[in-house]
Design a binder for this molecule. Structure first.
Ligand code: MN
Length: 214
């Protein structure tokens, strides 16, 4: 989960850090358009739908990976305690390397010993709508957005820590106060809806019944 934001920003090619960390002969994860590097479209359509997913990732430690499509990749944050519908709960979200868009449909097993080795579940999927200019908000470290997921809906905030003396690129994921907010004492969405949004499988089932590789 260590972040290399500087390296990422200075990378000549998108997804360079993503590819460097993985051996695609060993992992079923998508390589992400190796031949054709996506370049950011100059003028995306105003009503373009931007992909949103959350993976539940049973790696060395169970965590949740929030991914938001921006500029042709999935911007990614590892959220150790997962998202929470309670606006009083601020959840640490560690910014990690960009992932390819195709990762948005990935569910399966990363072999032990490979980067991120463990079971990966597609926990939620849908679209997101930036509130404000998404690229500028991302750069400035204060993103406000609406989730149109199947589990998570309503308005959310991602805010980067001002103090980055600890070297990590740490953000907070916070539910905004709206009609989709719920007190944690009443509902914990992680407990209420623990399984895959696409296949309904538990982590244990995914680990047992890995589908054939594409
Ligand atoms: Mn992960």
């Amino acid at each position: 989960m260590a972040s290399k934001r500087k390296a990422d920003e200075q990378a000549d090619q998108p997804l360079q850090e993503y590819r460097r960390k993985r051996r695609f002969a060993q992992t079923p994860e998508p390589e992400g358009m190796p031949g054709a590097e996506p370049s950011a479209p100059a003028e995306p359509p105003a009503e373009a739908e931007l992909l949103y997913v959350i993976h539940k990732h049973d790696a060395s430690r169970l965590h949740y990976d929030l991914r938001l499509e921006l500029d042709g990749v999935l911007k990614s944050w590892a959220v150790p305690k997962g998202p929470c519908l309670d606006p009083s709960q601020k959840r640490l979200a560690v910014h990690v390397e960009d992932h390819p868009i195709e990762y948005g449909t990935f569910e399966g097993i990363i072999p032990a010993g490979e980067y991120g080795g463990g079971t990966v579940m597609l926990w939620d999927e849908g679209f997101w709508q930036p509130l404000g200019d998404p690229a500028e908000s991302y750069r400035n470290g204060t993103m406000r957005f609406r989730l149109l997921g199947r589990k998570l809906k309503g308005d959310w905030k991602l805010v980067r820590f001002r103090d980055r003396s600890d070297k990590g690129d740490n953000w907070l994921l916070i539910k905004a106060k709206d009609d989709q907010a719920r007190p944690l004492a009443k509902i914990d969405i992680l407990v209420e809806s623990p399984d895959s949004i696409t296949t309904g499988r538990t982590l244990e089932q995914i680990a047992r019944e890995q589908p054939p590789r594409r």
